[in-house]
Design a protein around this ligand. Structure first.
Ligand SMILES: [Zn+2]
Length: 214
């Protein structure tokens, strides 16, 4: 992990979570990871380019990118929590879910990825629900007829899979890009997600899906 250089020209950006290093031509997060500042136009263009080149596979690519991002972020979070708490043996799955996921998401909120609430009321059935506000992907789209936040769906699925130590997947059941006040996701084992996606495509809205999962 690179050590940020001390420099009079260094600027602290985003509540000291990011350092702008002009000499290096880079932005790095507080743990040394390379970051980039991108506009809504960039996000929209990325999605449009992938859809043009890859067709329906674009959704799967975005989801897969998010999934790997979620897994790797949880590995980094584990290292950070071990350092913060002075415990080399700490594993996130021994901690309260809300503590882990709030610790994970706080830097992402500061970085502009939105604010989310994890709903574990159906956890006994193996299902987690997430409500996301200010999705950066939804903000880059408008007037769409289907959810667009595949990157986030993968991100949540990857992080929850790491925490639960079993492969889970996610589906977006309501998207702000379709005019709703927030994006909503269900995270569960793959067979359940496939069934929920069928319900959604048959016209069930988020409230109906949540009712069926209750
Ligand atoms: Zn969305």
């Amino acid at each position: 992990m690179p050590t940020p250089e001390t420099s009079d020209r260094r600027q602290i950006v985003g509540d000291e979570l990011f350092r702008h290093l002009p000499d290096e031509g880079a932005i790095r997060s507080s743990d040394g990871q390379r970051a980039a500042a991108v506009s809504p136009e960039f996000v929209r263009s990325l999605h449009e380019s992938l859809a043009r080149d890859q067709g329906d596979s674009a959704h799967h690519l975005l989801y897969a990118c998010g999934y790997e991002w979620g897994l790797q972020d949880m590995v980094r979070l584990t290292h950070r929590l071990r350092a913060d708490r002075g415990s080399e043996n700490l594993d996130v799955w021994h901690m309260e879910a809300n503590v882990v996921f709030e610790s994970w998401w706080a830097p992402l909120t500061a970085a502009g990825w939105g604010r989310w609430v994890l709903d574990l009321s159906a956890a006994a059935k193996g299902v987690c629900l997430v409500e996301l506000r200010n999705s950066a992907v939804a903000a880059a789209h408008s007037g769409v007829t289907a959810p667009v936040c595949h990157l986030y769906a993968g991100l949540f699925a990857g992080a929850v899979s790491f925490f639960k130590r079993e492969e889970n997947h996610a589906v977006e059941i309501q998207c702000a890009a379709m005019g709703h006040p927030s994006c909503q996701f269900v995270i569960a084992p793959g067979a359940q997600i496939d069934a929920i996606e069928v319900w959604r495509k048959q016209g069930a809205d988020a409230a109906e899906i949540r009712r069926r999962l209750a």
